[in-house]
Design a binder for this molecule. Structure first.
Ligand code: MMA
Ligand code: CA
Length: 402
């Protein structure tokens, strides 16, 4: 029998493992440590038993095989019995050791296989580890990029959150505004509906008017024709009118020449034609024994020109001496010049005959006030029969007195 034990089992212990971080490997290592120790003990015991057997065999010597030993003294017989017993024990030990050896050899082979499998596994794991490391190295920049991307995303998220908060606020405001606008909208809707009704009525009215217009059109055309013929008539009348004006101015010239002649005659004959004789010149009228010239409606003048016209007519702008005379003078026109002014000295009113104004007169309340720039000439108004000072350049009717 020969049992050859190499130091392979201790070689297993001598492995220096690089993959210290591999969980699978450390598990493997732990389980191999379990079986290695009892195997070593068994093998030690086996070696010891073999040594004892060899030593006993040597110690028995060559006399053991002697057939005469049975005839020897009881001590040697005992010895032989002892040896036989011993031999049998050894045989038993041997057979059990053989069994053990077989078992151990079997174990050894299976361990060898296991070792090979583990070595292959380790190598594969190393390859895996290296590729994982390479992969990790490759992934590191990616991880860094992702980390920075995450950071920027976090920043973005916080700004988005702020935006969202602002928008939420805005939304709140808008909601409030919308709620406030709702009643206005409702009233506008009402108004719109009302206006729609109104529009419909107006449209109906318009349609009616259109129909009416259709009826009126022929009427208008007839009127247009009428107008055209009237325009022709008007042009003819204008010509006629111009002719009449011409003859009128000729007549006026003739009349003025006659008046001149009349006055010359009066002067030359020293005839005094006055109210006391119940006679007034042509175009003059008598009132309370005095003669008055009332300017024509179209004959308005500034105060100084009215004064001159009265003088040309051998009279003077009226001088008011009584309430009756004032009422008479004021009854013809809205506004009429009288012969009173303060042109020489502001506030010092004088009649056209040079006599200073005295007494109350018939001034309107608050007049004379010298309003609107200079107001130096006096008028009498028809409405109230009262006096007011106005600008002398105003174009007014006038009354002369003789
Ligand atoms: C007002 C009042 C008079 C003034 C006139 C001028 C209508 O009366 O102020 O005193 O002479 O205006 O037109
Ligand atoms: Ca005035």
């Amino acid at each position: 029998m020969s049992v050859t034990f190499t130091s392979q089992s201790s070689d297993m212990e001598g492995y220096t493992m690089d993959l210290v971080d591999s969980e699978a490997w450390s598990q493997n290592k732990r389980s191999s440590g379990h079986w290695r120790r009892p195997a070593a003990v068994c093998m030690g015991l086996l070696a010891l038993a073999l040594l004892i057997a060899i030593l006993s065999f040597v110690a028995r010597g060559p006399g053991v095989n002697n057939s005469q030993s049975t005839t020897q003294v009881p001590t040697s017989q005992n010895k032989c019995e002892n040896l036989t017993r011993h031999w049998m024990q050894l045989q038993t030990s041997y057979s059990s050791l053989s069994e053990n050896t077989i078992q151990l050899q079997h174990d050894y082979h299976s361990l060898e296989k296991e070792k090979e499998a583990l070595t292959a596994e380790r190598d594969a794991t190393r390859v895996d580890r290296d590729s994982l490391r390479a992969e990790m190295d490759l992934l590191k920049p990616e991880r860094d990029a992702l980390a920075s991307e995450r950071d920027s995303l976090l920043d973005e998220m916080s700004s988005l959150k702020a935006d969202r908060d602002n928008l939420t606020l805005d939304q709140e405001f808008l909601r409030l505004e919308r709620d406030a606008l709702k009643p206005e909208r409702d009233s506008l809707r009402q108004e719109r509906d009302q206006l729609r009704g109104e529009k419909d009525a107006i449209v109906a009215e318009r349609d009616g008017l259109r129909a009416e217009q259709e009826v009126l059109k022929p009427e208008r055309d007839a009127l247009k024709n009428q107008l055209d013929s009237l325009q022709v008539d008007q042009a003819q009348l204008r010509v006629q009118n111009d002719r009449l004006k011409e003859s009128n101015s000729n007549l006026t010239v003739r009349m003025e020449a006659l008046q001149k002649k009349y006055h010359t005659l009066l002067d030359s004959t020293k005839l005094t034609v006055n109210a006391s004789e119940n006679v007034c010149p042509i175009s003059w009228i008598k009132f309370q024994n005095k003669c008055y010239y009332i300017s024509k409606k179209s004959e308005t003048k500034g105060w100084i020109f009215a004064k001159r016209d009265c003088e040309r007519r051998r009279g003077h702008l009226v001088i008011i001496n009584s309430k009756e005379e004032n009422d008479f003078v004021s009854r013809f026109y809205d506004q009429t010049w009288i012969g009173l002014s303060d042109t020489e000295e502001e506030g010092k009113w004088k009649w056209v005959n040079g006599v200073d104004f005295a007494g109350e007169g018939f001034w309107m309340q608050g007049e004379p006030n010298g309003a609107s720039s200079k107001e130096d000439c006096a008028e009498v108004t028809q409405e109230r029969g009262e006096w007011n000072d106005v600008a002398c350049s105003k174009m007014l009717s006038y009354v002369c007195e003789m």
